[in-house]
Design a protein around this ligand. Structure first.
Ligand SMILES: Nc1nc2c(c(=O)[nH]1)N[C@H]1C(S)=C(S)[C@@H](COP(=O)(O)O)O[C@H]1N2
Ligand SMILES: [Mo]
Length: 350
């Protein structure tokens, strides 16, 4: 069993990290002003205070937030579409009575999930007409991809409660993607346990445009295309949905991007990599690369893949993903640092 206090402090840390994420995203295009920075800091402090208060009460309350991103008119206009727990709770009027695919102990037991129909969430934004799929991203970088047509045809929902109670983190909560297995056997057939994503935090429509912040600079697809392009064909360590064999990746070397951003590393510098999933926003456990690794390894920020060098879609963790050549890997070929949805590179000054 997981210690509930431990979960609480994890949630508190993630809550604080979330504010950092929101701040860094809206601050991408231009340098944030001092006033903006002060506002974000205050928001982060307030949110932390709130979470600490909940923690102190020993309350079993859980909260989560959901961001809708990707190819929407809103995102193009630079608006963030983020639903806090209160907004999610208000939208959660749909009930799904079904078995729970993750309940292996009593697989026939039915539960009443209260949640939000994904089709209803999709109505909240103006989706680009070319978009055909949605990628659900979880706190732990897990991702699930579903065609929009299926989400519109079937009552697939993001659940907040099971049998009238919040869903514990170790059972899929606070936001759990549920499928109407009981009413729709064809859905059960198609969307088995692997699709029941727990701790969902983001819903990405299609694939986001490239937007990579490196220190104080931001790079879009054109900016990256102007840097020297590199390719590698190797087994990849991205965990979900990638082919098992060797995969061709194309992109730019990390060291070239840092240089283009005007960053020079000292021998003691580390480069911190942050991706969309909240697991990459835990300040106490960041994914980082040493200056020596950056210098000696051809670490790739991949933007294209496959024999035809297609852009990396969100369903594979794109548009930007961090890849390693075999010579740089430690004991494990499945290096934890194969980061998907890369958004930020930072070099803290000590
Ligand atoms: N967020 C998240 N959701 C997830 C997973 C995961 O690793 N992370 N694993 C999936 C898979 S592959 C299965 S079979 C079920 C059950 O996963 P478990 O056996 O790890 O509990 O949850 C699904 N949902
Ligand atoms: Mo699984």
């Amino acid at each position: 069993m997981v210690n509930p206090l431990q979960i609480k402090s994890q949630i508190a840390a993630l809550g604080a990290a979330w504010i950092g994420l929101a701040g860094s995203l809206s601050g991408c295009v231009e340098q944030p002003t001092q006033t903006q920075l002060d506002t974000w800091r205050q928001e982060a402090r307030d949110r932390n205070a709130q979470l600490i208060a909940v923690h102190r009460q020993g309350s079993q309350e859980q909260t989560g937030e959901l961001a809708i991103q990707g190819q929407t008119q809103e995102a193009k206009a630079g608006q963030e579409h983020r639903l806090d727990w209160q907004a999610l709770d208000a939208l959660a009027t749909h009930h799904t009575r079904t078995t729970d695919a993750l309940n292996v102990i009593t697989p026939d037991a039915q539960f009443d999930f209260r949640g939000i129909l994904v089709s209803k969430l999709l109505e909240q934004v103006q989706i680009d007409p070319t978009v055909t799929d949605v990628t659900f991203v979880s706190q732990d970088a897990y991702r699930v991809n579903i065609p929009i047509a299926e989400l519109r045809r079937y009552p697939i929902a993001i659940a907040l409660e099971r049998d009238g109670k919040p869903i514990p983190k170790n059972q899929g909560g606070p936001l759990y993607l549920v499928f109407p297995h009981t009413q729709h056997p064809e859905i059960k057939q198609k969307y088995g346990a692997a699709y029941w994503a727990f701790y969902v935090t983001h819903l990405v429509l299609g694939t986001e445009p490239i937007r990579l912040r490196v220190g104080k600079r931001e790079f879009n697809a054109d900016d990256l295309n102007q840097l020297p392009q590199a390719t590698q064909t190797e087994f990849v360590g991205f965990k979900i949905a990638w082919p098992n064999g060797k995969v061709k990746l194309q992109g730019v070397y990390l060291r070239d991007v840092l240089k283009a951003a005007g960053i020079s590393l000292s021998s003691t510098s580390n480069v911190i990599i942050r991706g969309k999933p909240l697991i990459y926003h835990d300040a106490t456990n960041p994914i980082y690369l040493s200056a020596a690794e950056v210098k000696n390894c051809d670490i790739l920020l991949a933007t294209r893949w496959g024999d035809d060098l297609q852009p990396i879609p969100a369903k594979l963790g794109g548009p930007v993903a961090l890849a390693f050549p075999p010579v740089c890997l430690g004991k494990s070929a499945r290096d934890q640092r194969w980061v998907t949805f890369v958004e930020v590179l930072e070099v803290p000054t000590l």
